[in-house]
Design a protein around this ligand. Structure first.
Ligand code: PRP
Ligand code: URA
Length: 205
């Protein structure tokens, strides 16, 4: 996403000297800007309303209700920004961490709105590295009745490897990234990246 504000803010959080407070605030701001971009294709319908002066036909959102699905932990950092644009959205949580030895995603928590199969789903996670966590999260949603065609995956930084893996596994899921970075390192961290997003958001190591 080439919006200058998104690019500028991404540079701020990439800096290793950026502390937890600013990191958290700016992740939230980028998420809000991305929410604006990824909702561009939301359908509208005409409704009749009355202004203080006349009756008129105007636009209102139609189509599916939405749910925001953060992949824990780091996805939590993007929820407030999305809710700023979509204040009535429901929020479902998928707990997933990457095992540091095997790099395989491990699911530890799933709590979703009961009607996810009827909603447009915005899955949020700042990082798309190997794609393992995103693919496992989508599998978890699919297992509970959601269709990939109703899902969009939104991240801040993506590696080409993760983009390819996610697209190959789920071609119907639209992927949005604020930046497509260069590659993964030998530990599957994104280069240049921003380090461990969860640790930087929550001040852990
Ligand atoms: C990070 C990140 C993604 C995942 C990306 O989470 O937030 O969920 O890694 O890597 P992948 O594409 O190779 O699966 P992490 O496992 O560090 O957990 P955390 O959010 O709790 O820190
Ligand atoms: N998860 C992160 O938080 N950062 C990376 O660079 C890769 C996976």
């Amino acid at each position: 996403m080439n919006h200058p504000l998104i690019q500028h803010k991404l540079t701020i959080i990439r800096e290793k000297e950026c502390g937890t407070k600013v990191f958290r605030e700016v992740v939230s701001e980028i998420a809000m800007l991305m929410a604006y971009e990824v909702t561009r294709d939301m359908p509208l319908e005409d409704i009749e309303i009355e202004t203080p002066l006349v009756k008129t036909t105007q636009k209102t959102l139609s189509g599916k209700k939405v749910a925001i699905i953060p992949i824990l932990r780091a996805g939590l950092g993007m929820v407030d920004g999305f809710l700023a644009m979509l204040p009535a959205a429901k929020v479902g949580h998928i707990g997933m961490y990457r095992d540091h030895e095997t790099l395989e995603p491990v699911e530890y928590f799933v709590k979703l709105p009961t009607d996810i199969q009827e909603r447009q789903l915005f899955i949020v996670d700042p990082m798309l590295a190997t794609g393992g966590s995103a693919i496992a999260a989508i599998e978890a949603l699919e297992k509970r009745g959601a269709s990939p065609s109703s899902m969009k995956f939104i991240c801040l930084v993506a590696a080409p490897e993760g983009m390819e893996a996610l697209h190959a596994a789920y071609p119907d899921v639209d992927i949005y990234a604020a930046s497509l970075d260069e590659r993964l390192d030998e530990n599957s961290y994104i280069l240049p990246g921003l380090g461990d997003a969860g640790d930087r958001l929550f001040g852990t190591k």
